[in-house]
Design a protein around this ligand. Structure first.
Ligand code: AMP
Length: 517
């Protein structure tokens, strides 16, 4: 017997076994009406209501529904209600500028766009056939409604997650129900999730569907606590108030928590109980040590990409590390980790991490060439099976653990957000007084990497650093705009005129162990 694996399995189980349990504590501080505390029965009912509303609009199976929202119970439920009825959810980064959102809505062909009320003004001019402001009167009705049943197909696309990569425009990663199901169950198992867990949403839900842990937490009957804005003290307060036991975050969020800890009055909440999963960039060993000693939380690292749903490797304290001194243990934990069950990882002859497994995406939406560039046989086994090429450089040590040591793709990761260098270069270059530009990441304590632009001006130009930053602000999301601009006379290039980014990066990274931060 074979039963299709779909996102419905998770919410269906929660509704069956934990109907009266509080499934979600919504952010109390929503600009739109907060859902407050919602039981799993109610969450499932609201998911069905969303699906029925799409039926009423005539949105067919396989059609796209975009949502751009901060973390909310509404977005969490849409991951079940929209995908679970056979439509494809496109969760969009709420930090993007209107032009960027417009591109994604158009490229994905979404017929429906749901907008966070806080973003309503900024996104006023983004067109879509059906536009809804979440919580507004014309938003999906929440009364009882039974949607048309979907003939479940585990290979159907459940979500398209746009991610900035090596191209000027973000690419749409198609994750299937099967990808999501296997990622979630594998993740939940490696984390040891159970129905006493309380999961705090410190990760943006749009980012690879909150990395998929939110599906696992639902299926196991854990409680979701929504948080909208990142603030170290507020996170500690929520951990205390709700008895949070697990959260996922970018290293910058962990830093915000450890920085807030010394000001916290009384014992740190969650000591010896809470686990925090970090990914997005290699966390500094100092952060790892501080999480374990100052917060008393368990540090766990994972490595993956949106294209791999994302889980590939995990590094979690194991019995062998117990006898190590804190600093030694932090070094062990600073590696990306060992492959999670079902994942095969190796290093290609030219040093790239390549992987096989059931979490690898179906492909990039409407970009077969980009898909073929990423998924193909390894160069040393051209007739062999397909591998996903991560674009990350690394090595595998005697423990079979992967360490990410370099980024081969031209991507900067700042505060857990991917920034395409090319996209920023395009924006700067659109200024008529810019003759040449190179955008690189330089190491930074707080953000991991800082978007930095090296610019050559046209003859006679008097443009300043501030003028260039202001110019990008009109075109790009704030986090993509350069934090630093340096004016140069020339930029290092190869004989064929190609920018030598590694040479431009060198002086900033000299003396550091890794070329990524
Ligand atoms: P995204 O698709 O936005 O999730 O970004 C994926 C990229 O983040 C990867 O290709 C890596 O470059 C980086 N990344 C994720 N996790 C880690 C980690 N644990 N260590 C180093 N880099 C990481």
């Amino acid at each position: 017997m074979k039963v299709a694996l779909t996102v419905n399995d998770f919410l269906r189980r929660a509704e069956l076994l934990y109907p009266h349990r509080i499934g979600i504590v919504d952010e109390p501080d929503q600009p739109a009406e907060s859902w407050g505390e919602v039981t799993y029965a109610e969450m499932a009912r609201r998911g069905r209501a969303q699906a029925a509303a799409l039926d009423a609009l005539g949105i067919g199976v396989g059609e796209r529904v975009a949502i751009v929202s901060h973390n909310s119970a509404r977005l969490l439920t849409a991951l079940f209600g929209v995908s679970g009825s056979g439509r494809v959810l496109v969760p969009i980064n709420f930090r993007l500028a209107a032009e960027e959102v417009r591109y994604i809505v158009e490229h994905s062909g979404a017929r429906v766009l749901c907008i966070d009320p806080e973003l309503e003004d900024a996104l006023r001019d983004v067109p879509c056939e059906f536009r809804f402001v979440i919580g507004a009167e014309n938003d999906a009705p929440l009364e009882h409604a039974d949607p048309v049943p979907w003939v479940a197909d585990e290979n159907a696309t459940a979500t398209i997650n746009y991610t900035s990569g090596t191209t000027a425009r973000p690419k749409g990663v198609q994750l299937t129900h099967r990808n999501i199901w296997l990622n979630a169950t594998t993740f939940g198992w490696h984390l040891g999730l159970n129905d006493r867990d309380v999961y705090l949403h410190t990760l943006p839900q749009f980012h690879c569907n909150g990395w998929g842990v939110l599906y696992a937490a639902t299926g196991i009957g854990a409680k979701h606590v929504i948080i909208r804005k990142i603030d170290g003290t507020e996170i500690l307060r929520r951990v205390e108030e709700h008895g949070v036991t697990v959260m996922c975050a970018a290293p910058a969020v962990a830093n915000a928590i450890v920085d807030a800890a010394p000001m916290w009055d009384g014992p740190i909440p969650g000591r010896d109980r809470t686990r925090i999963v970090l990914a997005g960039a290699p966390p500094p060993t100092k952060t790892i040590e501080r999480i374990e000693s100052e917060l008393g939380w368990e540090f766990i690292q994972i490595y993956g990409l949106t294209e791999t749903t994302p889980l590939l490797t995990m590094n979690r304290n194991r019995a062998e590390f117990d006898r190590l001194a804190p600093a030694e243990k932090a070094v062990k934990l600073s590696r990306a980790g060992g492959p999670t069950i079902g994942v095969e990882a190796r290093i290609s002859p030219d040093g790239e991490v390549i992987v096989r497994g059931n979490h690898v995406m179906a492909g990039y939406w409407d970009q077969p060439d980009a898909t073929a560039d990423a998924i193909h046989p390894a160069s040393d086994d051209p007739d062999g099976p397909d591998w996903f090429h991560t674009g990350d450089g690394g090595f595998i040590d005697e423990d079979c653990y992967v360490t990410i040591s370099d980024r081969r793709k031209d991507v900067i990761i700042s505060g857990g957000e991917n920034v395409s260098s090319i996209e920023v270069e395009d924006a700067i270059f659109s200024h008529p007084e810019v003759a040449e530009v190179a955008v690189i990441g330089i190491p930074d304590e707080k953000w991991g990497e800082l978007v930095t632009a090296l610019v050559v001006l046209t003859a006679g130009s008097t443009l300043t650093e501030a003028d260039i930053i202001a110019h990008t602000r009109t075109k790009l999301a704030g986090y993509k705009c350069p934090k630093k601009v340096e004016l140069r006379d020339t930029l290092a290039r190869t004989a064929t005129g190609k920018l030598q980014k590694f040479k431009l990066r060198e002086p900033y990274w000299a003396g550091l162990q890794r070329n990524v931060n």
